[in-house]
Structure formats: structure tokens, C-alpha cells
Design a protein. Structure first.
Length: 252
């Protein structure tokens, strides 16, 4: 074991850790019977005494200096012990040294336990809040209509029915309840069958998508035909994405 520590001199932090823990092992528990098991379980693992990532039993791994956060904790604990001792002295003026020491230790134990429980409760509340927020998001996502895909929150959009395609498409059934160009169409009020009809027309004639984009904008097309389909049609046509805010309603 001492040979291994010498071989690790190039890795100063690991060598210091092993030397320190080997000394503790020999002083408290005696010779090591299982070197491999001791290295894996006790000799090599980092032991953080605080929230500092570099802390290893109160020593910084990168500099081998005392961890400042651990020092701050020790200062706080000493101040807490002095305050408890002063309170015990005031409450037990005639107590012996052993009684006083026992009362101080008992009070410190109660204070530390109370702090630990308070911290655990705070973390439990945080976890519950995070779980509730995640559940709310999941429920909101599940409540979204499956037929009309909405990429981002937008207000209701009122559209005219699309104009006929420039190139005569393969005859397909017209969307239900939308028979002329002057009838207004509320996208959010489309039924499942109407959405399927629009998408079927677009699948057989991609010009339906481009006409819709040209007249009503790309956001409307992506909501009606889905973003995946619009991207596919644009790729097949060798076109880039259009300006999301561009419409030509007044040019019809």
C-alpha cells in the first residue's frame, strides 16, 4: 500500500487522499486485509463535506488547501456551540461540568436535527412543486387537439377558403361545409373530417400548400397541414422557408 502511494506522487491530490486515509485506517482500524476492496470503497472515492465540487474531506483537490466553505461551516458551528453553551450556563448556573457538557451536546443535537428536518421539508416542497408543474404541463399537452397542430401559441385566425390551384389537381372531395371562395373559414372550428380532406388535397397536389402559403401565410399552412408536411413539400420543390410574417391577402 505504501508503494502504491509513492507511485501516485505525480497525482498529488490522489496521493494526499490515500496517504491521509491510510494513516486513519492504521490508527483506527489496523492493517488492511483487502487492498483492492479498501481502495474501491474507502481509499479512492471523493468525500465532499460541503457543496464545493473540489472538496475532499475539507481539502481542495486542485490545490490541497483547506476548503473555505468547510472552514465557514466550522466557524458557524463554533459560534452555534458558544451560543448554546451560554444559554445552558444561564439556565443551569449550579450545574457541574459534566452536566453542563451533556446539556450542551443534547441541545446542539436537537438544533442540528431541527435544521436537517427543516431543510428536508423545504426540499420536499420544492420537489412537490416541480412535480405539480410537470404534471400541469403534461395535462396541458394532452389536452391539445390532435388534429390541428399548433407550433406556437397564436390567437384565433379567420381565413377565406383557399383559391383554386393554378394547375388543375387530381379531383378530390371538397372539404365539408366549405363550397365557395367567399365563405369565411375559422381554422379552429374545422372538424376532423374537414382537416383530413384538406390534407388529402395537399397530399395529391402540393400546389395547394403553396397557394395557401401565398395567400394566408406559412403559419396558417403549418397549422393546417403540419410543419413536417410543409417542410417536405418545400424541400421537394427546392424552395427555402418563406417569411413567417408575409401574407398577400390584399393581392387576391
Amino acid at each position: 500500500m505504501l508503494y502504491l502511494v509513492k507511485q501516485l506522487k505525480g497525482t498529488r491530490a490522489v496521493a494526499d487522499r490515500l496517504a491521509r486515509r491510510l494513516a486513519d485506517q492504521m490508527r483506527l482500524a489496523g492493517p488492511i486485509k483487502d487492498p483492492v476492496g479498501w481502495l474501491i470503497g474507502r481509499g479512492l472515492p471523493q468525500r465532499q463535506w460541503c457543496t464545493e465540487p473540489r472538496c475532499d474531506e475539507g481539502v481542495l483537490l486542485d490545490s490541497s488547501r483547506d476548503c473555505p466553505r468547510c472552514e465557514d461551516r466550522q466557524i458557524d458551528r463554533r459560534a452555534q456551540r458558544r451560543a448554546v453553551a451560554a444559554a445552558v450556563d444561564a439556565a443551569m448556573p449550579g450545574a457541574s461540568e459534566s452536566e453542563r457538557r451533556a446539556a450542551v451536546e443534547q441541545q446542539l443535537h436537537q438544533d442540528v436535527t431541527a435544521e436537517a428536518w427543516a431543510k428536508a421539508r423545504r426540499w420536499e416542497q420544492v420537489r412537490k412543486q416541480q412535480a405539480a408543474a410537470a404534471k400541469a404541463r403534461a395535462e396541458a399537452a394532452a389536452a391539445q387537439p390532435a388534429d390541428v397542430v399548433v407550433d406556437e401559441p397564436v390567437g384565433p385566425v379567420v381565413l377565406h377558403a383557399p383559391r383554386p390551384a393554378a394547375v388543375a389537381p387530381v379531383p378530390q372531395p371538397e372539404p365539408a361545409d366549405v363550397d365557395d371562395d367567399d365563405q369565411e373559414l375559422v381554422l379552429e372550428e374545422l372538424t376532423r373530417e374537414q382537416v383530413i380532406d384538406w390534407r388529402a388535397r395537399a397530399a395529391h397536389d402540393h400546389q395547394v400548400v403553396f397557394d395557401h402559403i401565398d395567400r394566408y401565410g406559412e403559419i396558417s399552412a403549418r397549422r393546417l397541414f403540419t410543419s413536417t408536411f410543409v417542410d417536405q413539400v418545400q424541400r421537394l420543390a427546392g424552395l427555402g422557408h418563406l417569411d413567417l410574417g408575409y401574407t398577400t391577402w390584399g393581392q387576391a
